[in-house]
Design a protein. Structure first.
Length: 334
């Protein structure tokens, strides 16, 4: 390589290093609040912008996958620039809480939602909820076939008719909840039972819903809001329904404040905003998730949270994912 090319390369490397340093120290250090968000930019950017304009603050948001951001925070340690972790699921928040990386929230924030939807150690609080349901086509599933309990899906009558998404985080959280509440052996039996009935695998929840619409399968395991979100995209009603079983896992998207945050007051103000009626209505109307404060009604097509029988589960325990992944691999599902 000619000498001039080496010089150009060196300049590029120095510039890249300076740019990264500026982003990590100068740019983020000048912010009034830094948020690491496992919730997608398309979903919450407008809501955060509204809070930013209201407060006349500068807010920097780093978007990414919830599990990856949690791992990043643990790796960054005391040098993390983040003030708030906005997670897509409770398991990642539980992992940070167990690692001692979250502050205890003030009483007015941690008691804003019912106990099942916040940290038992008061270190994070749920913002919105999603229920695990069976989406089905009523033309192909008779009323008497609808399961009462998840074990009913092991009936041979369901052979080749079901869909699931084993690589999806919400499915893995569901299996983790089953393993924590019912034990490893019962969960293994359930997984093998559905596997042996030739349950079809999909990458995510959305393809499962479309597969039910298209007649590829008669029913599938998904989160409740996918049906409603997809229905809004079509002029005609979707010919499918959600079925709520007698035990419904309600996982949450939630927030916590990092133990290293130098802007805890601003972080608390942001959480208070997310728990406000305005923000709770946003999640109800835009994503069809459950509001959790009790002051805002859920979407009229949803049964109230009080009507759902949820498992006796500390959502912090959803952080124990490794045994679930091992079990799915052992059962040849992953």
């Amino acid at each position: 390589m000619p000498t001039w090319a080496w010089a150009v390369l060196l300049l590029v490397l120095v510039w890249a290093g300076w740019t990264r340093l500026t982003w990590l120290s100068g740019r983020e250090g000048a912010a009034d609040l830094v948020i690491y968000s496992g919730r997608s930019e398309a979903l919450i950017a407008d809501l955060i912008a509204e809070f930013e304009a209201e407060q006349e603050w500068t807010i920097h948001v780093r978007y990414g996958q919830t599990a990856e951001l949690a791992a990043t925070i643990l790796e960054e340690g005391a040098n993390s620039p983040a003030d708030v972790f906005f997670a897509q699921d409770a398991g990642a928040l539980g992992a940070l809480a167990r690692a001692g990386r979250l502050q205890v929230l003030p009483t007015e924030l941690r008691t804003a939602v019912p106990a099942p939807f916040r940290s038992a150690q008061d270190q994070w609080v749920g913002i919105s909820g999603r229920a695990r349901v069976l989406v089905y086509h009523p033309d192909r599933v008779a009323p008497h076939e609808l399961p009462t309990h998840w074990d009913d899906l092991r009936d041979p009558a369901w052979r080749g008719r079901l869909g699931w998404a084993p690589t999806n985080g919400s499915f893995q959280a569901f299996v983790t909840a089953m393993r924590v509440t019912r034990g490893m052996d019962a969960t293994r039996d359930w997984l093998i039972g559905l596997r042996d009935l030739r349950t079809r695998s999909y990458a995510r929840n959305t393809p499962i819903v479309w597969a039910v619409v298209a007649g590829e399968i008669d029913a599938g395991l998904v989160n409740h809001y996918y049906l409603h979100a997809l229905a809004r995209q079509r002029a005609e009603p979707l010919p499918i329904r959600n079925h709520y079983l007698d035990e419904v896992l309600v996982n949450v998207a939630g927030v916590g404040i990092l133990d290293t945050s130098a802007r805890s007051e601003a972080a608390r103000a942001f959480i208070a905003f997310l728990l406000s009626d305005r923000a709770q209505r946003f999640f109800t109307e835009e994503t069809f998730e459950y509001p959790l404060t009790g002051r805002v009604d859920p979407h009229p097509d949803l049964p109230p949270l009080s009507a759902l029988q949820t498992p006796d589960l500390d959502l912090d325990d959803l952080d124990d994912l490794e045994p679930t992944l091992n079990l799915l691999q052992e059962c040849n599902i992953l």
